[in-house]
Design a binder for this molecule. Structure first.
Ligand code: ATP
Length: 309
């Protein structure tokens, strides 16, 4: 009986291993290949970006719909100068994440132009566009491997010193060192379960290692205490330095010092300016700010813009 049990048990373990690897692959491909319809045009060039200082991003009269009958973005115009940070805020469904999907060229727009460093994203190779952009998503996929592997994934071949440097910049080094196996700790579905905030910090470290010209930071919507919020603010500053950054924000307090804030409303940019300018305007942004401030002061976080509609 035992003779039969051992190989059967082994097969069970093997099956679970394979299933998990496939799940990892699936997640990865669904992130990378959201839409197969968008193809490089013949002779597409490689996106040219200066080595340092980020790349300018421009949306010019962008109109977009996922489906024929429902327009999502209406005449969206904005410029993010190279090396600066722009935050996008707005109610749930106003089109914030769509902007980042279009920058990645997961979809082609119906009219208008999206340019990175002056080049229309439709004229350059998608692989070069995606190589130029690093994203810190709301929900990070961790591989069933060591924490070191998960960070190094940002740039395979990176050495240990570089990995430690980015982990420090992402405020996750001390936490890693406190674990019994340090950087060799297994994480992911079958390893140590990390909190949402810890996973996001791993993603930040991974992205810092990739060192892309453009950064997209998709802030998690989950509730945070004010200490964690301050940490995110500090991290944003850290990761934004030397890059062009687009921050999709849910907590206005984390983006108060962005050079530009775009307020989306039903697929249009309703307001734009700095935090101070937008407060002085006493419009939509000022209302959201008021609501979030009062939400935070009575102890309840997530006075999320999403719920304010
Ligand atoms: P949230 O704050 O809730 O993340 P958002 O402002 O980022 O919202 P988007 O994800 O950009 O909003 O979505 C804008 C609109 O586009 C929504 O009405 C949504 O239903 C629609 N939409 C998003 N993705 C698709 C898709 N793949 N196919 C069809 N419609 C979509």
């Amino acid at each position: 009986m035992l003779q039969l049990y051992i190989p059967l048990n082994f097969l069970g373990v093997l099956y679970r291993e394979i299933k998990q690897s496939l799940a990892d692959m699936e997640k990865l491909f669904s992130l990378l290949d959201q839409n197969q319809d968008v193809a490089d045009r013949p002779g597409a060039a490689v996106l040219q970006i200066a080595q340092q200082g980020g790349a300018e991003i421009r949306f010019e009269h962008v109109n977009f719909s996922y489906e024929e009958k429902r327009q999502i973005l209406f005449d969206v115009n904005f410029t993010i100068p190279a090396g600066t940070t722009t935050a996008v805020v707005g109610h749930s469904g106003s089109g914030k994440s769509t902007l980042s999907r279009l920058l990645f060229r997961f979809y082609d727009i119906q009219s208008g132009v999206i340019r990175i460093a002056g080049q229309d994203v439709r004229d350059v190779m998608q692989s070069s566009v995606r190589a130029a952009i690093g994203i810190v998503p709301q929900d990070t996929v961790l591989f069933n491997d060591t924490i070191e592997y998960n960070i190094a994934y940002g740039r395979p071949g990176a050495d240990k010193d570089e990995i430690i440097a980015v982990a420090k910049a992402a405020y996750i080094h001390d936490f890693i060192e406190s674990l019994l196996d340090g950087y060799q700790t297994m994480v992911g579905e079958r390893g140590l379960k990390l909190s949402g905030g810890e996973k996001q910090r791993v993603a930040i470290a991974r992205t810092l290692l990739k060192n892309p010209s453009i950064l997209i930071f998709d802030e998690a919507t989950s509730a945070l205490d004010s200490q964690a919020e301050q940490m995110i603010q500090a991290q944003l500053k850290e990761i934004a330095a030397g890059h062009t950054s687009l921050v999709i924000a849910h907590r206005l307090s984390t983006i108060a010092d962005a050079q530009q804030i775009l307020v989306m409303d039903k697929g249009r940019i309703a307001e734009r300016g700095t935090h101070q300018e937008l407060l002085a305007r006493q419009g939509l942004y000022a209302q959201m700010w008021e609501r979030q401030q009062s939400g935070a002061s009575d102890g309840g976080e997530t006075a999320d813009v999403a719920d304010a509609a």
